[in-house]
Design a protein around this ligand. Structure first.
Ligand code: ZN
Length: 273
């Protein structure tokens, strides 16, 4: 009799503890889940929660920002202007790249130019595909559509988001933020997130369409920004003007849609031929 009572008690305790775990996991707020995701990549504390805000705590996590200017504007401090380059590709850090592949991404099609969801997703995914087809590594996975995405400049949220928005500085076409571990031993370096903002100061569209007025070509700029997303840096030497990773663009430009020789060598050095 006593034995049966003990058995029942143990069974009851197991049921209680299981239901506690289940309800606890259901009660984890969204920011805690983001924290869990961030930890899953690195296994060390990355983000702490301060009320409803996520706060960066790890000294290892870094951010790199690439600003893409209209031709004739902007003097990026990192531009190697005046210095002749022997090759037309350059890396973020000393060749930091994605280690957890393949990379999924989020497109927010909301825009003030009346571009359809189909147009925006086609232009961006064509840019993604252009990089993917030039390396044997399956770099990118699938995309999802989310009209409530965010351009994460304070803390990463584990989502690679591409969206339209107003960047406060004039003559900026697009800005890409890269999150990752760029210092320390090479084996520990990796990109963990990239977020792209297409500046609504400009009208966006398809520059190959003769009916369209003066526009920034979405596929052209997206291909360039995604190049940052996979680890390539801007080029400012005019000898590299034909490269997708050349640092300036202009209205109606479409040549960045197709990778040039330097871009291809760069992506293949990072991810394989
Ligand atoms: Zn750039």
């Amino acid at each position: 009799m006593k034995k049966r009572y003990t058995k029942t008690l143990i069974l009851l305790m197991i049921i209680i503890s299981i239901s506690t775990i289940v309800s606890a996991s259901m009660l984890i707020p969204a920011n805690e889940k983001a924290k869990e995701n961030a930890k899953a990549t690195d296994h060390s504390p990355v983000i702490s929660s301060d009320d409803n805000n996520l706060v960066l705590t790890s000294p290892g996590l870094e951010k790199f920002v690439f600003i893409h200017y209209k031709k004739g504007f902007g003097k990026p401090t990192w531009a190697k202007q005046g210095k002749k380059r022997s090759k037309c590709y350059d890396f973020l850090g000393k060749g930091v790249k994605w280690k957890e592949l393949s990379v999924n991404y989020v497109i927010d099609p909301d825009n003030p130019d009346g571009l359809t969801e189909d147009f925006v997703t086609s232009a961006i995914s064509a840019g993604v595909e252009e990089w993917d087809t030039h390396t044997s590594t399956e770099l990118f996975g699938t995309y999802s559509i989310d009209y409530n995405s965010s351009w994460d400049t304070d803390t990463p949220d584990g989502r690679n988001e591409l969206l339209f928005g107003d960047y406060p500085q004039d003559e900026v076409i697009a800005v890409t933020v890269i999150w990752g571990y760029f210092s320390g031993p090479p084996s520990t370096r990796e990109i963990i997130e990239f977020d792209v903002l297409f500046d609504t100061d400009f009208n966006w569209g398809d520059a190959t369409n003769p009916e369209t007025a003066e526009v920034m070509d979405l596929q052209n700029i997206a291909t360039h920004e995604i190049g940052h997303g996979v680890g390539l840096a801007d080029l400012y030497d005019t000898a590299c003007i034909e490269e997708t990773m050349y640092g300036y663009s202009n209205y109606r430009e479409t040549k960045k849609r197709d990778l040039n020789a330097g871009d291809i060598t760069g992506i293949q050095e990072l991810y394989g031929v």
